[in-house]
Write a protein that binds this ligand. Structure first.
Ligand code: THU
Length: 136
């Protein structure tokens, strides 16, 4: 997908879903709860939360949980993702999640992050990971 510039529309659609998902985060080790809502090019929305593990490295971020749910339901092109976290300031997705999102972003996708105080950051995926690895 292209970069979707209707940020208010995306926030209205995705924020309630991400907030619900954040409540379900399993984060007993970091206490850092993250919720994500991913919008596909066909208009479907998938929720994700972070899922931690006693073997810390097995933790999966909220963004990848949402992405893998969408893929498993047959989706292949993502339009936007919104994340909400316990961070004071909005944080971008981690590098691993950026690489996974890039696999399914088409031309580009919109990334919105919302922090604890409600501040918003808006990015293009291509600015966060300008040289994603892809087989071409
Ligand atoms: N985490 C996410 O779910 N998404 C991000 O964008 C950054 C980090 C999770 C992983 C871990 O459970 C916790 O936040 C602290 O890193």
């Amino acid at each position: 997908m292209e970069f979707d510039q209707n940020i208010d529309g995306l926030v209205e659609k995705l924020l309630p879903v991400a907030r619900e998902a954040q409540k379900k985060a399993y984060a007993p080790y970091s206490q850092f709860r993250v919720g994500a809502a991913l919008l596909t090019d066909g208009g479907r929305v998938f929720a994700g939360c972070n899922v931690e593990n006693a073997s810390y490295g097995l933790t999966v971020c909220a963004e990848r949980t949402a992405a893998f749910k969408a893929i498993c339901e047959g989706e292949r092109v993502f339009r936007a993702i919104l994340l909400v976290s316990d961070s004071e300031e909005p944080v971008p997705p981690c590098g691993a999640c950026l690489q996974v999102l890039a696999e399914f972003s088409g031309e580009d996708m919109t990334v919105i992050s919302i922090g604890k105080k409600g501040d918003r950051a808006v990015y293009r995926l291509s600015e966060l990971i300008p040289r994603a690895f892809k087989f071409r």
